[in-house]
Unconditional design. Structure first.
Length: 551
């Protein structure tokens, strides 16, 4: 089998590239190890805690024992299904802050500033605010990716935003528009009550074209001849075969699997490859390095009033919600329930937000375990820009072996300071008058924990990944030894090979990574096709008092 372009990975970026390259008349083959996304567990937004805990849809990765978190091994879900992680994620849609992309450009990813990426965010979006306000001029209206807002009809949503205002923070109508900073409604990739994954938005329409096909199989390595990528070796049905690329091979296999595939193909730190008996094609010490993620914890409160989603947290309630969704695609099952958010700055001198909140009107964990208190609510909170860096390395030269993942979380003193600030600032918000009718008491961390040492102990035991790994095939200047791809997404030192997914992010963006990953696929497609959308002149909002005040 052969095609002009062979894409490895039918995830957020891979689906977008399959759509755009086939739309331009190129023949495309997409290789995906996972299977179908059919069925209510994936397609029903309210069931989001199920697919990320199902081996059928998830690679099942875990971190190495994390040295600064008491040697805990943290789960690292990655989608093994068409749509990739966009089929098992929480469906939260965040573009990231303008400052993130300007930092990319300044650090060597020229042509990826906010002015350069904003037109691609607009091209990919089909934004519907349901008449709830927002920045229409900053948003896309007819792209493949539907972005909506939940009904926000639980009184806790308004109370959370009001409490933020009472604490002196900004309100923002649209954190994906001109102004990210502040409290306001959250957005989700949901359309007509259904999860709107990259598979639904991009891949399924692309597969209706004669020039785009999906191949089920495990990618073993990129085939490289005389310094040029010519295809991908895959295993399917117990047989090993090569899918040939007439023009290019593109890796979009995730920030975990893209560096793994590069290393299996002989591209990476020479010494590490030699340890596994892999012949070196290109010595790129940056492959697998620069691993970043967002850590968070659930700030949980018991509710004075029985108005939370806990009343549905039983067999009968779940059956009722499920049935309503199955038959009408409406009701609680049609939302991820993350309907309010906030982005704030942790201190004066921080030029744009570095703390994110997801607000949820129930106290429950990602694995579906409800708080013992019954009725409650929670805010997921964590710093956005940790200086800690980890790495992905090979455990063995066997393509079926999971790579070694070490995030090296909380490895700097500043990480601990930032997390303690998150706790204290959050307590202040939930202590405002707007929350008084609802807050019974703090479940977690619990009022008793006040000193730095007590808070550190809680953090060490309870922080979890927000599942936003990125950065392991850093995009940067071609003469930077730690760059893996240049600003055209071309792998440095090998012809005919690109990487385009969250692994190329030089630094993690503010918020959830599905939106930026899809944007990366959209923009990379234009680089591949030798075209570019004109840059934007829009001026995003930065708090004019950022140097002098925290809010």
């Amino acid at each position: 089998m052969k095609a002009d372009y062979v894409i490895v990975g039918a995830g957020s970026a891979g689906c977008a590239m399959a759509y755009r390259l086939s739309e331009a008349g190129k023949s495309v083959l997409v290789i995906e190890h996972g299977g179908t996304d059919a069925g209510p567990f994936i397609q029903m937004p309210g069931a989001l805690s199920y697919p990320m805990n199902m081996p059928l849809y998830d690679w099942g990765y875990k971190s190495q024992p994390e040295p600064h978190l008491g040697d805990r091994e943290l789960v690292t879900p990655r989608g093994k299904v068409i749509g990739g992680s966009s089929s098992i994620n929480g469906m939260v849609y965040v573009r990231g802050h303008a400052g993130d992309y300007n930092h990319w450009a300044e650090s060597g990813a020229t042509g990826w500033s906010y002015a350069d990426v904003l037109p691609y965010f607009k091209r990919m979006e089909c934004w519907n605010n349901r008449g709830q306000g927002g920045d229409a001029d900053w948003r896309g209206k007819d792209g493949p990716l539907h972005v909506t807002r939940g009904p926000r009809d639980n009184p806790l949503h308004d109370a959370f935003v009001e409490a933020g205002k009472q604490a002196g923070y900004q309100e923002t109508e649209d954190y994906n528009g001109e102004q990210q900073e502040g409290f306001g409604p959250m957005e989700m990739t949901v359309y007509k009550g259904q999860r709107w994954s990259a598979a639904n938005a991009y891949l399924k329409p692309a597969l209706k074209r004669d020039n785009c096909n999906l191949v089920r199989g495990l990618a073993r390595k990129v085939v490289i001849q005389d310094g040029k990528a010519t295809g991908v070796e895959i295993e399917r049905g117990g047989k090993v075969e090569v899918i040939e690329a007439n023009i290019e091979v593109i890796l979009a296999a995730s920030s975990i699997n893209s560096p793994k595939l590069l290393m299996l193909s002989g591209i990476g730190p020479a010494k590490h490859l030699a340890e596994h008996g892999i012949d070196v094609v290109a010595d790129r010490p940056g492959v697998g390095q620069n691993l970043q993620d967002h850590l968070e914890f659930y700030f949980q409160f018991a509710s004075k009033q029985p108005i939370t989603l806990f009343k549905y947290w039983n067999l009968f309630g779940k059956a009722l919600v499920g049935a309503q969704w199955l038959f009408t695609k409406t009701g609680l099952g049609a939302s991820n329930q993350f309907e309010s958010a906030a982005f704030i700055r942790s201190d004066k001198g921080v030029d744009y937000p570095d703390i994110q909140y997801h607000f949820l009107p129930i106290a429950v964990r990602y694995d579906g375990q409800a708080a013992a208190e019954g009725h409650g609510f929670q805010a997921h909170v964590g710093p956005m820009r940790s200086d800690s860096r980890g790495e992905i390395t090979l455990a063995s030269a066997d393509p079926k072996a999971a790579p070694k993942i070490l995030f090296n979380y909380m490895s700097t003193e500043k990480d601990w300071e930032d997390f303690r600030k998150c706790i204290r600032l959050t307590r202040e918000v939930f202590g405002q008058d707007a929350m008084k009718p609802f807050v019974k008491h703090e479940i977690q961390p619990g009022d008793a924990l006040q000193t730095d040492e007590e808070l550190n102990g809680f953090i060490r035991e309870h922080v979890e990944s927000a599942y936003h790994p990125c950065g392991t095939c850093k995009m940067g200047a071609a003469d930077d030894p730690m760059s893996v791809v240049d600003p055209e997404c071309r792998v440095i030192g090998v012809e005919g090979l690109r990487v385009a997914d969250s692994s190329i992010f030089p630094r993690i963006t503010n918020g959830n990574l599905n939106g930026p990953s899809i944007m990366t696929g959209e923009k990379a497609s234009d680089h591949i096709l030798g075209r570019r959308l004109p840059s934007s002149n829009a001026e995003p909002w930065f708090n004019p008092n950022w140097q002098a005040s925290q809010r």
